[in-house]
Design a protein around this ligand. Structure first.
Ligand code: PLP
Length: 228
């Protein structure tokens, strides 16, 4: 049952927080609903989940605007957790409360422009690339400060923190140095920044290292049959 799996996640999140001497309430669960249908999202809202993450603008469009959600839609937030192309910035600012994946000046400028057009201040995180994997998006560490500086001059963006996706490891302990690294970078910039890090297989390690948002899909909704 979805409600039981969600309860298990919340319990594990609390335990990980307590192990690290952190307040469990300082950590938000982002339920990742890519490939998940509307019926199941309704069930998740009824089970008490409030923040949902999508990784594609196109797929999110259908869900965020779905009539089927009805009044439930008023209770929830949508986050973009996947890579964003500049030409979709216009839709992204219409759909998402928080965009986790800003990783270039060009994208930041485009989001700022589109947000300004609709009179919105768009909340964002900057995605940092901490591994050499070709497939991973994100700004390399050495380009982070110039990007943050640029963003601070964009009036319709509100920078709230950093995000990262470490390589996948069978053993979640191997992801720990990446999470720790992002926390150290954050600590050197702004202690009140959010840290979006940790997925189904490694969220407890991420919380021990300071995650304030964990993005969890399969551990709540089960295996996705489409590989995304
Ligand atoms: C799919 C996805 C997740 C969730 O992954 P699970 O392993 O299913 O928990 C988290 N973050 C991003 C960026 C994703 O694309």
């Amino acid at each position: 049952m979805l409600i039981e799996r969600a309860a298990t996640i919340f319990r594990k999140m609390s335990h990980a927080a307590m192990r690290a001497g952190r307040n469990p309430e300082s950590i938000k669960l982002i339920a990742v609903t890519k490939t998940v249908d509307i019926e199941t999202i309704k069930e998740a809202i009824d089970a008490g989940l409030r923040v949902f993450g999508e990784n594609r603008v196109q797929e999110a469009l259908r869900k965020v605007r779905s009539e089927e959600l009805g009044v439930r839609a008023e209770k929830i937030e949508w986050h973009l957790i996947g890579h964003l192309q500049k030409n979709k910035a216009k839709y992204a600012v219409q759909l998402f409360d928080l965009i986790h994946t800003v990783d270039s000046i060009e994208l930041a400028e485009q989001l700022n422009k589109q947000a300004e057009k609709i009179g919105k201040v768009q909340r964002i995180l900057v995605q940092v690339k901490l591994s050499e994997e070709e497939t991973k998006h994100g700004v390399p560490e050495e380009e982070l400060m110039p990007l943050l500086k640029k963003i601070s001059g964009l009036k319709n963006l509100k920078l709230e923190g950093l995000m990262t996706i470490p390589p996948y490891f069978e053993n979640s302990e191997e992801a720990r140095p990446y999470f720790r690294k992002l926390r150290e970078i954050r600590d050197a910039i702004n202690l009140s920044f959010e840290l979006s890090m940790g997925m189904s297989n490694d969220f407890e390690v991420a919380i021990e290292e300071g995650a304030t948002m964990v993005r969890i899909g399969t551990a709540i909704f089960g295996m996705r049959n489409i590989h995304v």
